[in-house]
Design a protein around this ligand. Structure first.
Ligand SMILES: NC(=O)c1ccc[n+]([C@@H]2O[C@H](COP(=O)([O-])OP(=O)(O)OC[C@H]3O[C@@H](n4cnc5c(N)ncnc54)[C@H](OP(=O)(O)O)[C@@H]3O)[C@@H](O)[C@H]2O)c1
Length: 235
């Protein structure tokens, strides 16, 4: 492969897993365009990937602005949707505004990015959406997150049909050890997750990046949910 013969867009490329994915794609020679809500943060993160990469401001909670924000992009070979804003919502103390924001970001925001780029995907393009294991293993406080990740499953499947022949898959990470979200989680919760993880370790951002690369590259794999949780969903 010649350097930069493929273009990858990583939405949410400044955060833990998204940034690991952006770094991995850049390291193998793809031209990476990564996004952040903040133009400066996006530019800085892109510069850290090396020369020729680009940082773009994009706010998925403002779907009306997404088409314009992506209008300067050419053909896209790989799209990874990893952005998130967390919502610790419970059904007993339901925060409607927070729920609407979180649901809108992933479900309307991810779909709007795919719609905006629909005519610009290369013939052998592929897409990976990032959900989360809360779809399989809900916990008190995951009301929005579990719902959203179920939506990611549905969105993945319909995009695979609607954007054919572009392949579309989803990765559902377990608790990712080296992320900011993980560092804020209560220790008792993390110990409980570890006890129930057959692999005996929590996943890391590099594990997520490897899984994403596999899905981006694997012909014949289409419309699947890929759980990257060390087997936590089993126990
Ligand atoms: N961390 C975990 O343990 C865990 C577990 C299960 C699933 N996941 C999933 O894995 C993915 C990555 O999680 P992470 O913890 O690594 O991410 P993170 O560090 O929280 O980063 C989130 C990313 O989303 C961007 N972002 C935030 N709000 C946005 C908005 N309104 N519009 C567009 N972009 C926005 C952030 O960019 P700026 O802040 O620069 O704007 C950042 O790049 C997410 O989809 C998450 O749901 C994570």
């Amino acid at each position: 492969m010649t350097f930069h013969d493929k273009t990858a867009l990583v939405v949410g490329g400044t955060g833990g897993a998204g940034n690991a994915i952006a770094r991995t794609l850049a390291a193998r020679g793809e031209r990476v365009i990564l996004t952040s809500r903040d133009a400066g943060r996006a530019t800085d993160a892109a510069a850290r990937l090396g020369q020729g990469h680009l940082g773009l401001p994009l706010d998925l909670t403002r779907p009306d602005a997404i088409v314009d924000a992506l209008s300067g992009l050419g053909q896209v070979d790989h799209l990874v949707l990893s952005a998130v804003e967390r919502d610790q919502n419970t059904i007993h103390r339901y925060d409607i505004a927070a729920a609407q924001r979180a649901v809108g970001l992933k479900l309307v925001g991810y779909a709007t990015v795919a719609a905006a780029l629909a005519d610009r995907f290369a013939l052998a393009a592929s897409i990976v959406l990032v959900g989360g294991i809360a779809v399989e293993r809900p916990y008190p406080g995951s009301t929005s997150i579990s719902t959203i990740n179920g939506g990611v499953r549905g969105l993945t499947r319909t995009l695979a049909v609607e954007l054919s022949p572009v392949r579309v898959n989803a990765v559902h990470p377990g608790a990712i050890a080296d992320t900011e979200a993980f560092s804020k989680a209560p220790k008792a919760m993390l110990d409980r997750i570890l006890e129930r993880t057959p692999e005996g370790r929590l996943v890391e951002t590099d594990d997520i990046a490897r899984a994403v690369l596999f899905l981006l590259d694997a012909p014949g794999v289409n419309g699947v949910d890929f759980l990257v949780d060390g087997g936590y969903h089993l126990c």
